[in-house]
Design a protein around this ligand. Structure first.
Ligand code: AMP
Length: 591
């Protein structure tokens, strides 16, 4: 065999194959380091030009940088270098054997091997190859050749199809390379905290965490997120922001911590290990300093490589029934009024995680608008909505017109939403929730889902849907999804489209009031409300409708001495637009 590119990987693999009995006829080596490696690991093997290596070898090992591989294979083909029956092996992680097509056309046998290992380029690596997993990609008839080579090296072959290579390589890079970033971040912060040998200090803890994760997956998670300890997470975020402000060299820490805390929260919550309110509290804690928050991604970026399949659009009851009858497995529904944004798409993503099929309904429900409200003006853009939900994996969009939903005109029988519907939103919009629950119940009957997802953005609506499902024995699981905010803290809403530039900046007073309230959480109910009210009053562009601290289940005001999670809800007019928002606060009393 011959080696093209006696770098760290090439020299070590060739040395292992030589020990297994192959004779090495030559190696190409350009740099002095590579020549030294040939001397050390492949003593006696001549250093040759690439064409000479290829000419003399029955098996050619191509161990050049990933980016150089395609050009090299084509270049050798252009000069007629490849031979029929020659085995050509490369070790680039992200490629299968397609990259070897020019050699294959000349009759060569293509094999892609990738060791899941990092190399020092010294004899230390040889011992590590024993038992090391190798991905093997090759056309089926020659796959055994690749597998046999791996066994000779001492590794464990794992067959991997061509199409899976990019994903495989992304997984390895994410795990192994980003682990380095994560661990060194922890080391830098620990160094800043005054620990002299941060690596040594972290060793036992990180080794235990890694061992546990490799064995038990996400069940290995411990720590403040899993305990729902939002206060601690908020403190971490604040301290990291402080040191980053002092030392620009640490500015990568706050966004990384927040992103990982957010993802950790979402994963634990999706797995049912955190309650809705704990998850909401944690997400609020990591988005508290909005200036460095992770901006919302455009929907199109979500599944980058492949254009997502379009969802089926159905507009009639008959078409909906037909599509649903064909579905097998579980179904989730996300009900919306359209003009979709990332907040809606979060619901769809969560739906995707929880069920085999996802139905999104788009219907601006006249029944929940009172005369004089914005029924006619409400933004509608079905085409854009379809493109957005396609990007996050909805399979069906049900977009009926009012005639389809209410064929006999306004329904005579409606859901009575009970007392919770007459406070807060219901105080200002007395007929609103009867209209909401009536359409929700109708859509549950029409779509027959196992799971229905609603946003915490409309917390009172979520509480009422939960109460209806419980009190009327509707057979569906209701899942609440945390609020998605813009980078500056404004809760996403289709109605934000109504805001002028001046309104838009005045509207930030709502999330700013939450921040003030959170800072006052140790003072008890009255102080929290006073802090929030003061912040809102400071913004002349905002006219308050209501501001209350309520129990998230019953929507009743919490009593003066209350402690624990409670919901701060606000509704306010900004210009001619009425906005609502809420946040969970962890109330306690400084003694
Ligand atoms: P809408 O189209 O406004 O009726 O909203 C449809 C669903 O999306 C409801 O369950 C809302 O609570 C939810 N939703 C709206 N905005 C957000 C947001 N910013 N974050 C999370 N969920 C949201």
């Amino acid at each position: 065999m011959g080696v093209v590119g006696a770098g760290r990987v090439g020299a070590v693999l060739a040395s292992a194959l030589r020990a297994a009995g192959h004779s090495i006829v030559g190696a190409s080596a350009v740099s002095q380091d590579s020549r030294d490696r040939v001397d050390a690991l492949l003593p006696g093997v001549p250093v040759l030009e690439v064409p000479d290596v290829v000419e003399r070898a029955e098996l050619v090992l191509l161990t050049v940088p990933d980016d150089a591989l395609a050009g090299l294979v084509q270049g050798i083909a252009d000069t007629g270098g490849w031979q029929a029956g020659q085995i050509v092996v490369h070790t680039a992680g992200r490629f299968g054997t397609d990259v070897l097509a020019p050699a294959q056309r000349a009759g060569a046998i293509p094999v892609a091997l990738h060791p899941a290992m990092t190399f020092t380029g010294t004899s230390i690596d040889l011992a590590r190859l024993v038992g090391c997993p190798f991905a093997v990609t090759a056309p089926a008839p020659v796959l055994p050749i690749g597998q046999a080579l791996v066994v000779e090296i001492g590794g464990e072959p794992v067959a991997l199809p061509e199409a899976a290579r990019p994903l495989y390589h992304a997984a390895l890079a994410h795990g192994a390379n980003h682990l380095v970033t994560l661990v060194t971040q922890a080391m830098r912060v620990l160094g800043r905290a005054g620990v002299d040998e941060p690596g040594l200090y972290l060793g036992p803890l990180l080794t235990a965490a890694l061992d546990g994760t490799l064995r038990d997956g996400e069940l290995a998670l411990t720590g403040p997120v899993l305990r729902g300890d939002a206060g601690t997470v908020a403190e971490h975020v604040a301290t990291l922001a402080e040191i980053a402000a002092e030392d620009a060299g640490l500015s990568d820490l706050p966004p990384a911590y927040r992103t990982l805390a957010r993802v950790t929260t979402q994963r634990a919550w999706s797995a049912g290990r955190l309650t809705d309110s704990s998850a909401q509290l944690l997400l609020d804690a990591v988005s508290e300093a909005p200036a460095v928050d992770v901006p919302a991604r455009p929907a199109a970026d979500d599944d980058a490589a492949q254009p997502a399949p379009s969802p089926v659009l159905v507009r009639t009851r008959a078409d909906l029934r037909e599509v649903l009858d064909r579905q097998r497995g579980t179904r989730a529904v996300v009900m919306t009024m359209g003009a979709l944004h990332e907040g809606h798409l979060d619901l769809v993503r969560e739906a995707r995680r929880r069920a085999d099929h996802v139905v999104v309904t788009i219907f601006v429900n006249p029944l929940q608008f009172a005369p004089g409200e914005d029924l006619e003006a409400y933004p509608r853009d079905l085409e854009a909505d379809l493109a957005k939900v396609a990007g996050v994996g909805a399979d069906v969009v049900f977009a009926p017109d009012p005639q389809t939903m209410y064929p006999n005109g306004d329904p005579r029988v409606r859901v009575d939403p009970g007392p919770v519907a007459s406070v807060l939103e219901g105080g200002t919009r007395p007929t609103h929730f009867a209209g909401v629950l009536t359409v929700v119940l109708k859509l549950l009957h029409l779509t027959r889902p196992h799971v229905a997802l609603f946003g915490h953005k409309d917390a009172q609506q979520l509480a009422l849907v939960r109460a209806m499902v419980r009190d009327l024995d509707v057979d569906v699981e209701v899942v609440g999804v945390p609020i998605r905010r813009e980078a500056d803290g404004l809760a996403m809403s289709s109605r934000n489209a109504y805001l002028s530039d001046a309104d838009r900046s005045a509207a930030l007073a709502l999330s700013a009031a939450f921040k003030a309230a959170r800072a006052a959480a140790g003072g008890g109910v009255e102080q929290v409300l006073a802090a929030a009210r003061e912040r809102l009053a400071a913004e002349p562009g905002v006219r308050l409708d209501y501001l209350e601290l309520v129990d998230p289940g019953t929507m009743e005001p919490v009593p003066a001495g209350a402690s624990g999670p409670s919901l701060l809800v606000v509704a306010a007019w900004v210009g001619t637009t009425r906005l609502i928002d809420n946040t969970i606060l962890d109330l306690w009393k400084d003694e």
